[in-house]
Structure formats: C-alpha cells, structure tokens
Design a protein around this ligand. Structure first.
Ligand SMILES: [Zn+2]
Length: 150
C-alpha cells in the first residue's frame, strides 16, 4: 500500500526493522531512514550531509531535500518528503538518472576539493606558526648567549 505521509521519530540509532510510515532520524549519526513509501518494504537510507540530503524540521513536520529516487529497487519509486507528506515525482529516464548521479559526483568532488583546501590552509597556517615559534625560540637563545657574552 502506498504511504501518504510519514511520521518522524528522532532516535539515536536507526532500528534494524523499520515501521512502515515512519521516518527515523538520527541527528547524532546524520542519517535518516524509512521504508520505501510504495510499500515494497525496501529500506531507504538517506545520509544527511551537505552533499547528500538536507533535513528540515519545523517543529512539527520533516522535509528531505532533494527528492528520493529509489533507482536501485524494482519499484523505481521517486518522491519528495515535504512537510512529512509524500509527493510523488515522475519516473526518471535512464539519462536523467545518470545526469543526476553525475551531478552528485561533481557536487561531492567540489565539496571535498573545498574541504581539502581548508585542511591544506590549516596545515600551512600551523606550519607558519611553528616556524615563527622556533624562530622566536632561536631569538631567545641567541639573546641569552649574547647576554652571556658567548
Ligand atoms: Zn518501493
């Protein structure tokens, strides 16, 4: 049976068996999971991250963005979870799925490139800092030695 809306349940761990019509959300593990709303019983796991899904909780309802496309299941269900309601979206053609996957890949690449740049920036900063510190140390010893007339 097709499910029209999902209840949300905030949990620490996603349970092994999911109740139909419940969207489990683990903030701690940045993951949401539910059973495919077509009723096929397949488990749909949606990681929450800048490059995966975004979760919107307005105090009463939850929304996930972007849409959920279960291309890996036989049902090929494609829907949105908007304010806890299921909005069915059209089935995608193969090219669209590939284009979507490609875009996802590009997004991830961009994201990690940015992350890498951030980490590299931090490394450079800490290197500069330690160089300054060791220079300061040298300065101290040099001054001490000068003081002692050595
Ligand atoms: Zn399904």
């Amino acid at each position: 049976m097709k499910i029209k809306s999902l209840q949300h349940s905030f949990v620490k761990f996603i349970p092994k068996t999911l109740d139909e019509g419940v969207l489990y959300v683990s903030i701690e593990y940045c993951t949401a999971a539910h059973n495919c709303v077509c009723g096929c019983g397949n488990r749909v796991v949606t990681p929450i991250s800048p490059t995966d899904w975004r979760l919107l909780f307005d105090g009463e309802t939850v929304s996930l963005s972007p849409s959920i496309g279960n291309w890996g299941f036989e049902c090929q269900s494609h829907y949105w979870i908007k304010q806890s309601k299921i909005e069915w979206a059209g089935k995608w053609k193969k090219e669209q799925i590939n284009a979507g996957r490609n875009k996802d890949f590009q997004d991830k690449k961009e994201y990690f490139k940015q992350k890498d740049a951030e980490i590299l920036g931090q490394e450079i900063e800490s290197k500069v800092e330690s160089t300054i510190k060791s220079n300061q140390k040298k300065g101290f010893w040099e001054r001490l030695l000068n003081k002692l007339g050595l």
